[in-house]
Design a protein around this ligand. Sequence first.
Ligand SMILES: [Zn+2]
Length: 111
Amino acid sequence: MSAQDCIFCKIVRGEIPSRKVYEDGEVFAFHDIHPAAPVHFMIVPKQHIASLAEVDESHRAIMGKIMVLAPRKGKPPAKAAAKAGPSKAAVAAKAASAKAAAEAAAGIAKK
Ligand SMILES: [Zn+2]
């Protein structure tokens, strides 16, 4: 799949609307439209990577950045964190990153 057709690239370009969580020069994070956890969002590289099968040494920095960002951006607002407790927040962040990785690996691009 080319960057032109890629759903994640379309989201990054704003061609498909999303609820943005975070953005910088390299990555874009947005809420999953079908949340499977209290906090569930996707973090995608702005650089098109078709699937985890195509990740190579040149992607080391960006993949590491995504893994480091996931638990930080996965923390709910202070009020919700106090209610949920730190363990649930951590689990949700883990679920979010695991799902993002799994979806990237599967090359899911249905919408
Ligand atoms: Zn893409």
